[in-house]
Write a protein that binds this ligand. Structure first.
Ligand code: ADP
Length: 497
């Protein structure tokens, strides 16, 4: 036995593989163990049957085998420990660098058997980690794009002057711009994710949003006209309600855009009023002319005096008709911008003097005294002569028209050096204008009910003055009046330096 173990033990250390070492350990243990067992049996049975003394023969090699076996076990244990430490170190490094790699051991290492499956596992884990990281990167990019798109959409919504409200599938507010905050009187920061019915006091708007969401199958977009009360003022809105449909074709919310159409409605109303007013106003003098012409044709004017009276009425009404058509045309020419404005340096005092020449006979007929307080002619403004003349004449003839016989009219032109403007003022001691009528007297066809019996008119004179002074010459027109005390109209134009 010592002979079979000997060559095995004599092999050089480097050529002995780990598996060989293991088998040698097993053999040595088997030999040593076997020898000990045999020795023990012999000792125990030393008074028994054995006839040969094997003890002396077997004990020394068995002890040597045992010693060698223990030695090999220790060496092997140390080698295994080193390999385990290597594995631990490599795993630690992976953890430190946050990177899954492979566990490498020297070729032929006993633990090489473990590293195979371990590396397979690590490779699979690395693949998983790589996949998750790639997915994570994609998700981050997508999240960044979504965030940028969200900011972009919010910027668009916030820049819209119309009120925009966005609610989710639970009718909770998720987005609103400044216009919506102002209109409905809430702060988005405090109202986010709150039920819209708790934020908005207008029941119709709340109902419209709810209906749009719940009846999404019937309409994904609709426009509803709705009048709302805003700080005591009634305003009309065209509300566009659209369903926000998600990828699963499910309605995920509603977008409501409230476009204020109060002004448009007002213009539409004014246009239709204008047409009906024009027709009505033209009809009055026309009917009168028609009636008097028919009477003349039928020979109802018996004498020359009656005929003369009829002619005069026809002439007055024709003039009124002519004036009215002229005024209407001038106003619409100015409004549509087709009127040719000839701006030239002119003296307001000069224009006022011209107008006074025309109006004086009218004042004299009513025994109205006209006071003049005119600045020197050399203060000039840049304006259209005919238009300013028309404006001054309208104001002057109104002052005379609405002032009872024996009254007074004061005309003045002055210079305000501080503001560099020429101011034209005309005041009278006439009927005055009731406070409630004052905001409307520059509207087309507006006539003060209380003053209607005093004089005939078209309700277009002041509308034309306003167009001339404010729209064409960018001046300022104003009025102050007290019923029974008189009125004061004024306008100012920038003076030429
Ligand atoms: P009208 O042809 O009726 O005079 P205007 O447009 O010139 O039309 O004036 C509008 C209304 O303003 C008039 O109907 C009149 O009632 C009132 N008004 C204008 N000027 C005066 C004034 N100087 N004094 C009192 N009322 C005036």
């Amino acid at each position: 036995m010592a002979r079979t173990l000997g060559p095995l033990l004599r092999q050089p250390e480097e050529t002995v593989t780990q598996s060989k070492k293991l088998s040698m350990v097993r053999t040595a243990l088997a030999l040593g163990g076997g020898a000990c067992l045999l020795y023990a049996v012999l000792v125990v049975t030393k008074h028994g049957t054995p006839s040969v003394d094997w003890t002396g023969l077997l004990l020394p090699p068995a002890l040597v085998g045992l010693l060698v076996g223990v030695l090999i076990v220790l060496v092997h244990r140390r080698a295994c420990r080193m390999s385990v430490l290597k594995i631990i170190q490599q795993v630690r490094q992976m953890r430190e660098h946050q990177e899954v790699g492979l566990v490498m051991l020297a070729p032929g290492d006993e633990l090489g058997e473990i590293t195979g499956p371990l590396n397979e596992f690590l490779t699979a884990a690395k693949q998983n980690v790589d996949d998750v990281q790639a997915e994570n990167r994609e998700l981050r990019i997508e999240a960044r794009i979504a965030e940028a798109e969200k900011h972009h959409t919010e910027a668009i919504i916030f820049s819209i002057s119309d009120a925009v409200i966005v609610t989710n599938r639970f009718d909770e507010l998720i987005l609103a711009n400044e216009a919506a905050e102002k209109l409905l009187g809430f702060k988005f920061g405090h109202s986010m994710r709150k039920g819209f019915d708790r934020i908005c006091s207008d029941g119709t708007l709340v109902r419209l949003i709810r209906e749009t969401r719940s009846h999404a199958k019937n309409f994904t977009r609709r426009v509803v006209e709705h009048t709302m009360d805003q700080k005591g003022v009634s305003r009309t809105f065209a509300i566009t309600l659209s369903c926000v449909v998600g990828q699963t074709s499910e309605v995920s919310g509603v977008v409501a855009v409230l476009h204020d159409i109060t002004h448009e409605k007002e213009i539409a109303r004014m246009k239709s009023d204008f047409v009906s007013n024009v027709s009505h106003e033209l009809k009055t003098p026309l009917s009168s002319i028609k009636a008097y012409v028919e009477m003349l044709v039928d020979g109802e004017a018996d004498d020359e005096a009656a005929r003369q009276e009829f002619y005069e009425i026809i002439s007055t009404e024709t003039n009124r008709l002519h004036r009215m058509i002229e005024n209407i045309l001038n106003i619409s020419r100015i409004e549509s911008g087709v009127l040719n404005v000839v701006r030239e340096p002119l003296s307001v005092t000069g224009v006022v003097t011209e107008a006074l020449d025309v109006a004086l006979p009218q004042a004299k007929a009513k025994n109205i005294e006209i006071h003049q307080n005119l600045a020197p002619v050399y203060y000039q403004v840049e304006a259209d002569h005919d238009m300013i003349y028309q404006a001054v004449l309208n104001l002057l003839s109104n002052a005379i028209k609405y002032t009872p016989d024996g009254g007074e009219v004061t005309v003045s032109v002055s210079l305000d050096d501080r503001r560099n403007v020429v101011i034209f003022e005309i005041s009278d001691t006439g009927m005055g204008i009731p406070t409630e009528d004052l905001p409307h007297i520059f509207d087309k066809f507006y006539r003060v009910q209380a003053n209607k019996k005093i004089a005939k008119g078209t309700g277009l004179g002041l509308a034309l003055v306003k167009e001339i002074i404010e729209a064409v010459h960018e001046g300022k027109l104003s009025v102050t009046s007290e019923p029974g005390q008189g009125s004061m109209f004024s306008f100012e134009l920038p003076v030429i330096e």
